[in-house]
Design a protein around this ligand. Sequence first.
Ligand code: DGY
Length: 325
Amino acid sequence: MKVFINKRIPEAGIQMLKEAGLEVFIPEHENLSHEEWLIYCQNNDAVLSVGGEFKYDQDFFDQCPNIKTIALYSVGFDHVDMKEANRRHIPIGNTPDVLSKATSDVAFLLMQSVARRASYNFQKVKDGNWGDFDPLHALGQELYGKTLGVLGLGRIGFEMAKKSQKAFDMKIIYHNRHQNEEAEKELNATYVSFDELIAQSDVLSVHANFTPEQKDLFNGPVFEKMKSNAIFINTARGGFQNEKELYEALVSKQIWGAGLDVTNPEPMSKNSPLLELSNVCVLPHIGSATIEARTGMAQIAAGNIIAFSKGEKLPYCANPEVYQN
Ligand code: DGY
């Protein structure tokens, strides 16, 4: 079986594929155009897909009928049309669990960075503006005993909630499609409606899977209903926030600050007005960027393809319904 990997991943995954006797194709240069990517896909049986820029939609599946499975090098699968994949019986692998700690670390980092205006203060030092001790300038806020609201209390949200509770004794509320009994038991988390979540959270952290219906879920009217001391954190997908309205909410002090590891679009333009604000911290989508997580992701993605090549079910399958019938 021939496997196309659109960008080099940690060697552990590549070795696994080779040792399993699979032919691996990695392009010489990494910034493939859409056409180049499509040609590689047309010449292989499986894709180990890195990044979210290439869409696996109806048009892709029509043009690449040879593709039998796709192993995503991500937990998110919002760039795949799952209905089409299911219709064509194509299993889609993803990489959950192994990046939950690393990604929740980034949410936790952003929460603290915004609460204490760390990136703004760091920039001041870099600009030679350390300044005199000022009892009133750029004060942060403490997180002790505050309420963390989690949208999407799955594996990553759970890790974020656990850390926030241990470090700052934060009360946990959450909104999900389904109640999370483990979190209710272990973290004393309380299930609330979306409206209660936005009204009660001191920190609101987004960890849900993104679907097109959720585009701009965090918009002007929603920010208006949030607390004036609220910090908005997003490490899931940038599509959740309307960035123009987020900017307005921050400037008009409807909310207190924002920490984003994901933006819309990515990369964020260096001219984004959000980058001018002292109460904003933006990172370039580094949630899973640790040696441990990225190596684990490579092993899981390779394991998914190897399982497929042996006629087995993908151990980490984002569309398990593909195996029904
Ligand atoms: C994921 O795994 O979904 C990360 O956001 C990287 O895309």
